[in-house]
Design a protein around this ligand. Structure first.
Ligand SMILES: NC(=O)C1=CN([C@@H]2O[C@H](COP(=O)(O)OP(=O)(O)OC[C@H]3O[C@@H](n4cnc5c(N)ncnc54)[C@H](OP(=O)(O)O)[C@@H]3O)[C@@H](O)[C@H]2O)C=CC1
Ligand SMILES: O=C([O-])C1=[NH+]CCC1
Length: 320
């Protein structure tokens, strides 16, 4: 029997070709992944990710396995997160996603992780924002000016027509660089010199930084705003002050992960009200008129559905 076992290797450039301009398909896949995960009927098996600390170099190694029966697929994302890599001129997040057939265990593809991680995280935020933000949001504030800030800008301006987009970054020159890059493409964004100025009256806020301590305070946030908390993905880091966490209705992607991984939840001692999948399933309410927090940690099933979207587009292109 002939058996060609070679998996395809999809680098960032190829992935970008098959994922760019496909926000609606990606958002729809991610919505499905939230539903499958929160259905709790064994269709998705996703343990809490493992991580190893690289103490000497301020690094982490994450391993994120998952099986999705409806997709007949298995995946594992393996990434490193090195906080000081900007000093080396390297990305802080690197790695690969391995995509297997669940039917026979064949490794189908190896995909570079950064582009998918950027897009699927922003796409997941888009799903949460669609359910939790007020109708017709006018002001968007993004805290951070890195990879996630860019992909969140892209997806949220795809979904909404904002009157104002404000960006704040710890190093203002990097914030200004991003604002210039976006304005050169025809957008109109402003760079703010402090967080309070950036979030004043904002309807939607994104925190996408590597801060370990809170950067966003309750007193600065308009009641009823929706906040997507993307950073602080470990039990000792926070992006939001505990008062803000306690005054908001808190949603997350995975309750099981949030209770062991999210400093914003653990240190603030808040209850998770619902997984976003439970809201989509109609099991829990979406409080659009209250201040809401979506604590995003990132799930392997999001990587699986996104990798599959790219792989399927690539293989159907080959058959043309
Ligand atoms: N929820 C999820 O699914 C995912 C979450 N993440 C998390 O999102 C966050 C952003 O990741 P990503 O955009 O890829 O990273 P980048 O390195 O591209 O950007 C990081 C941003 O954080 C800023 N920053 C660094 N240190 C601090 C600090 N002490 N206080 C405030 N801002 C700071 C950086 O500013 P400057 O460059 O000027 O130093 C930069 O704007 C990280 O916490 C990461 O772990 C990432 C992937 C998925
Ligand atoms: O889900 C993910 O890929 C990550 N979450 C935190 C860092 C990377």
């Amino acid at each position: 029997m002939e058996f060609d076992s070679s998996p395809v290797f999809l680098n960032s450039e190829k992935i970008t070709r098959y994922i760019d301009g496909r926000w609606d398909s990606l958002i729809s896949c991610l919505e499905t992944s939230f539903v499958l995960y929160s259905s709790d009927d064994g269709q998705v098996i996703q343990p809490v990710r493992e991580n190893v600390t690289v103490r000497d170099y301020n690094g982490l190694l994450f391993s994120m396995p998952v099986c999705s029966s409806p997709h007949e697929a298995l995946a594992t994302k393996i990434i490193t997160v090195y906080n000081d890599n900007h000093l080396r001129g390297l990305p802080r997040i690197q790695g690969v996603i391995l995509l297997f057939s669940a039917v026979d265990g064949v490794l189908k593809a190896i995909l570079e992780a950064p582009v998918i991680t950027a897009k699927r995280t922003a796409g997941a935020t888009a799903v949460a924002t669609k359910y939790l933000a007020s109708e017709n949001p006018k002001i968007l504030a993004i805290l951070g000016a890195g990879v996630q800030a860019r992909s969140h800008f892209e997806v949220l301006t795809h979904l909404y027509n904002f009157e104002e987009v404000r960006i704040w970054n710890i190093h203002q020159n990097n914030g200004e660089k991003l604002v210039k890059e976006l304005n050169d493409k025809g957008f109109h964004c402003v760079c703010c010199s402090n967080v309070e100025e950036a979030v004043r009256d904002a309807d939607i806020i994104v925190t996408a930084t590597f801060s370990k301590t809170p950067i966003l305070k309750a007193v600065w946030v308009k009641p009823g705003a929706h906040i997507n908390v993307i950073g602080a993905s470990n039990p000792t880091s926070q992006e939001l002050d505990p008062e803000l966490m306690r005054s908001a209705v808190v949603y997350t992607d995975s309750r099981e992960a949030a209770c062991v991984e999210s400093g914003d939840i653990i240190i603030s001692e808040v209850e998770v009200y619902a997984e976003i999948g439970e809201v989509i399933l109609g099991k829990k309410e979406a409080f659009r008129d209250k201040t809401t927090v979506f604590k995003s940690l990132g799930m392997a099933v999001q990587d699986l559905v996104s990798a599959k979207l790219v792989y399927d587009a690539y293989t159907s292109d080959l058959q043309k």
